[in-house]
Design a protein around this ligand. Structure first.
Ligand code: ATP
Length: 366
């Protein structure tokens, strides 16, 4: 089933929907520009309405861009219909034919293409094997679990050996445990086949755990593209920082930079910071972004920011301390709490920032 991997390129792609009642057009996707490398799995991540599905549908050919160009490999597919693009799309509703067996559901695409019966048999068996359903060919889809139905849908998408697999929130109908299992399965199969894949989700954990790279979108714009670690550790905006993980934000003034460390003024105290978004400068008012694991609690008066423990939540391998401060409530994560000092609820404390882990962001969110 393996095929040569291809890239997917979007060049300045915009999609404008005309509003029928004479209101302003909706710009669903605004100047999208990216390359998905051959064999890569890239996720489009963002809140509802940010343009993820429209972007995917333009790659599939179900929507045509208002402006811009889409290439699969070196071929310009911008105006080609879906069946001429060598892509397969898997949706959140499985779309299986209830009156056909699992085998016939998977074979359907090949029968349409008039592939020889022997070849169909071989490929159906291969793809059912790939998704772990080798012995389920005779079953009706209605007699399968949600996760198994999803696997049949995946086998059906893959049997036509598309160059590009497009997945639109494929796991959102499944419960949490099945979602986790299917995530691992999808990644395994995608890697085994070396198939280029674009995956749409609004679930950050799904995006982080599946992707080689994540494209974060908001209001039709791409806000950042990077590997999961990169967008988590080095977000360039407050929006991306908050969307991909828990974070607290503090208003700071940026002083000079010395020995690779920025000096920030946080309510009269100096905090040294190693990392900053590319667009920040000395003298700026900025935002200091801190993930819960980049903060530490110590004796009141000894750290960068004083506060009081409002609540502790014990999670086994970690403990979350919610600390009230003049800048609002701040979440501090204490890993392996049995080996650390834990301040009790109601105790006065001080928060210390890990200079290497916190990050300066520009206040400008436009
Ligand atoms: P969700 O996670 O809710 O599916 P999304 O990020 O996939 O959201 P899109 O479905 O791409 O977002 O929609 C982007 C914007 O375009 C939204 O404002 C949506 O209302 C609008 N839109 C999408 N399809 C159409 C259409 N056919 N006609 C008019 N507006 C549309």
């Amino acid at each position: 089933m393996k095929k040569k991997s291809v890239s997917v390129t979007l060049k300045n792609v915009t999609k404008r929907f005309k509003d029928v009642k004479g209101k302003a057009d909706v710009i669903a996707v605004n100047g999208a520009e990216f390359v998905v490398e051959p064999g890569e799995l890239v996720t489009l991540l963002g809140p509802s309405g940010c343009g993820k599905t429209t972007t995917l549908r333009m790659v599939a050919g179900f929507e045509l861009p208002t402006e811009g160009q889409i290439l699969i490999g070196d071929t310009d597919v911008t105006m080609l219909p879906p069946n001429k693009r060598d892509t397969a799309t898997m949706f959140q509703s499985y779309g299986l034919f209830p009156h056909m067996s699992v085998y016939d559901n998977v074979a359907y695409g090949l029968k349409l293409r008039k592939v020889a019966p022997d070849e169909i048999r071989k490929r159906v068996n291969e793809s059912l094997d790939l998704v772990g359903l080798a012995t389920y060919g005779d079953r009706a889809p209605g007699k399968l679990s949600g996760g198994q139905q999803q696997r049949v849908a995946l086998a059906r998408s893959l049997i036509v050996t598309p160059s590009v697999l497009l997945l639109d929130e494929p796991l959102s109908n499944l419960d949490a445990l099945l979602r986790e299992q299917m995530r691992v399965e999808i990644k395994r199969i995608q890697r085994t086949l070396g198939i280029t894949a674009i995956y749409v989700t609004h679930d950050r954990v799904e995006a982080m755990s599946l992707s080689d790279r994540v494209i974060v979108m908001k209001d039709g714009f791409i806000r950042q593209i990077g590997a999961p670690e990169q967008i988590y550790e080095e977000p360039d905006s407050r929006f991306v920082a908050g969307f991909v993980g828990k974070a607290a934000f503090f208003p700071v003034e940026i002083g000079g930079k010395d020995d690779g460390l920025w000096s920030c003024n946080l309510g009269g105290k100096e905090v040294k910071v190693a990392k900053a978004a590319p667009n920040v400068q000395t003298g700026d008012s900025a935002v200091l972004m801190a993930r819960p694991e980049s903060l530490r609690l110590q004796e009141h008066g000894n750290g960068h920011l004083d506060g009081k423990v409002r609540m502790n939540v014990y999670l086994g391998n970690s403990l979350e301390s919610f600390v009230s401060t003049p800048f609002g409530e701040v979440l501090v994560q204490i890993d392996d709490p049995h080996s650390k000092r834990v301040f009790k609820e109601g105790e006065l404390v001080s928060i210390d920032f890990n200079s290497e882990r916190v990050r300066i962001l520009n206040t400008d969110e436009a």
